[in-house]
Write a protein that binds this ligand. Structure first.
Ligand code: CDM
Ligand code: ATP
Length: 269
């Protein structure tokens, strides 16, 4: 079986408070986008994991695909498999790429081996692997809260709008990004703000990671400004960075404009 774990963007990201467990409660809209990896799972004589494309830091045993397999193999009679990951989504990029690989591995193993794991139970497994993972089990536009691992579907009509994502190749670890944050409770409900037209979001839909990370990496601010100058109706950083995105009302080819960087552009669905 081959699946295509796609990335997400965060539209708005309020970091509300630090939790007793050291994590942060957040509020954000997670939106699936087309930038994707490919993950192939085939039955084999012994378990094996290989990856191509972008090099993934760490050992294979730490890979979230391997962790997903081991987690399910502890509870279900799974045969040995070969997992082959083609890594195309930038890492440490705020796009949730590794989390998506994990969630898609859970969904693929469930389907391929007819495990009949309920949606709720798949969410529980995903939450064990990372805060962003649960969203990718649903993989539809969602308002996420608590650690980002609880959500409700949100009716955001962005279908047919054009997105340009620009990754400058700066690796920002999630831990590093949260470390520089002063949480701020009591902001307006993001769900209401997002009901306004995209062109009204600019001064109201904020990513709390931008302030500190733009000071540390001025290039990020420059790319965001450049997206607005290129005609974006809304531009922001996704998650803990370093990817910036712009949402455009009409198709706009910016591949050459941002040729120094990794770019993915296409229609939102
Ligand atoms: C920045 C976001 O991508 C926004 O969608 C997520 O909040 C990050 O989620 P993630 O990469 O799945 O993060 P995890 O693997 O669960 O956690 C990595 C580290 O990030 C910090 N972390 C993560 C999520 C959260 N709500 N609060 C945190 O403080 C913690 O230090 C944690 O040890
Ligand atoms: N399948 C995978 N793809 C990417 N990274 C993985 C994967 N499995 C494990 N990892 C580990 O996770 C780290 C990246 O996590 P990190 O949360 O910083 O970035 P991300 O997956 O791009 O998502 P985000 O920045 O949105 O949280 C890598 O450095 C790597 O060690």
């Amino acid at each position: 079986m081959i699946v295509f774990p796609n990335a997400k963007i965060n539209i708005g990201l309020n970091i509300v408070e630090k939790r007793p467990d050291g994590y942060h409660n957040i509020e954000s809209c997670f939106y699936p986008v087309g930038w994707s990896d490919a993950l192939e799972i085939t039955v084999a004589d012994h378990f094996d994991f290989q990856s191509d494309g972008i090099a993934i830091p760490g050992n294979n045993a730490d890979n979230l695909c391997v962790k997903a397999y081991n987690m399910l193999a502890a509870d279900y009679a799974l045969p040995p498999v070969q997992m082959h990951l083609l890594k195309a989504v930038p890492i440490g990029a705020g796009l949730g790429g590794g989390s998506s690989d994990a969630a898609f591995a859970i969904k693929a193993l469930d389907q391929q081996f007819n495990l009949k794991i309920s949606f709720e139970k798949q969410l529980d497994y995903a939450r064990r692997l990372g805060s962003d993972c649960a969203f990718f089990i649903l993989n539809k536009p969602a308002y996420c809260f608590e650690k980002g691992d609880r959500f409700e579907e949100i009716d955001l009509k962005l279908q047919g709008k054009w997105i340009v994502m620009v990754n400058p190749g700066i690796h920002i670890s999630t831990i590093e990004a949260y470390a520089g944050i002063n949480p701020q409770p009591g902001r307006s409900d993001l769900r209401n703000v997002l009901q306004q037209p995209v062109s009204k979001w600019k001064d109201q839909v904020k990513n709390d990671f931008e302030a500190t990370l733009f000071l540390k990496y001025p290039l990020l601010q420059k790319i965001k400004d450049d997206l607005y100058e290129s005609g974006a109706a809304y531009a922001a950083m996704s998650g803990s960075g370093s990817t910036l995105y712009g949402i455009f009302e009409k198709e706009k080819d910016l591949e050459k404009h941002f040729s120094k960087f990794k770019v993915w552009q296409g229609f939102l669905s």
